[in-house]
Design a protein around this ligand. Structure first.
Ligand SMILES: [Zn+2]
Ligand SMILES: [Zn+2]
Ligand SMILES: [Zn+2]
Ligand SMILES: [Zn+2]
Ligand SMILES: [Zn+2]
Ligand SMILES: [Zn+2]
Length: 237
């Protein structure tokens, strides 16, 4: 079966991952497509592949981490330099992003789909997702940094983290979910229990936007892109 996905100029065909006969990366989230029976959406001539959950990611979502505006799924960054910085993990991205152009707020698809809570074998309690770490200056410590309890590296205050608040056990999202595919844990169907999911709370909800709302978002985005290309031209001179 062939179909057209908005992110790619050619038709995509759907295969089982093992049928590809090679290890490929998803062009949406940049993570490997595991060699399993899960579906992969492919354009072979371009080496373009999408996980099933990335191909089916909603075009517009209301995300609890960014309440004022819906986030738009963009197939590639609209910023000059074609890279965005993810507001969740602080790392750059070159492919799909959930973007609020008004606020220059961007998320990797994988980060946008992180589960509200996870369990990790390094900690006995469930860890909740927090949209920013609470940095508590430790007594007797001359640093105001928090550290990841798994990899021991710095947790930046604005980075998302999984935390057990009662134990002050804080870890990078990537460290907590290394062995899981984040996207598979998106769950619109179950309401989180009260108090679960930390300050984050709430689910990612796909939204239908009216034509007027869409027009407004895209006008704002065009203005932003123009401003950026003008800034780039300014740099060249
Ligand atoms: Zn993917
Ligand atoms: Zn193609
Ligand atoms: Zn990210
Ligand atoms: Zn916004
Ligand atoms: Zn870590
Ligand atoms: Zn704990």
């Amino acid at each position: 079966m062939e179909y057209k996905h908005f992110s790619h100029p050619h038709n995509l065909t759907i295969h089982r991952a093992y049928e590809l006969g090679k290890q490929v990366n998803c062009s949406g989230c940049e993570f490997p497509c595991d060699n399993t029976t899960t579906a992969v959406h492919a354009c072979h001539q371009c080496n373009f592949f999408l996980h099933d959950h990335c191909a089916n990611a909603g075009r517009y979502v209301k995300h609890p981490c960014h309440k004022p505006h819906p986030l738009i799924l963009l197939p590639y960054p609209t910023y000059a330099g074609t890279t965005f910085m993810c507001n969740a993990c602080g790392r750059p991205g070159n492919s799909f992003s959930y973007c609020c152009a008004l606020c220059e707020f961007d998320l990797h698809v994988g980060c946008a789909m992180l589960p509200l809570s996870v369990t990790h074998r390094d900690h006995e309690h469930e860890l909740g997702l927090y949209y920013g770490v609470q940095v508590v200056p430790r007594r007797g410590s001359n640093t105001d940094q928090e550290y990841c309890n798994i990899c021991k590296n710095v947790l930046k205050a604005r980075q998302w983290a999984y935390c057990c608040q009662s134990c002050e056990f804080n870890v990078h999202t990537a460290c907590a979910t290394k062995e899981v595919v984040a996207g598979l844990y998106q769950d619109d169907l179950t309401e989180p229990e009260v108090g679960q999911g930390g300050e984050g709370g709430g689910n990612v909800v796909e939204v239908e936007l009216t034509e007027a709302e869409l027009a407004r978002l895209f006008v704002d985005m065009k203005i932003q892109m123009m401003a950026q290309s003008m800034a780039t031209m300014g740099n060249i001179k």
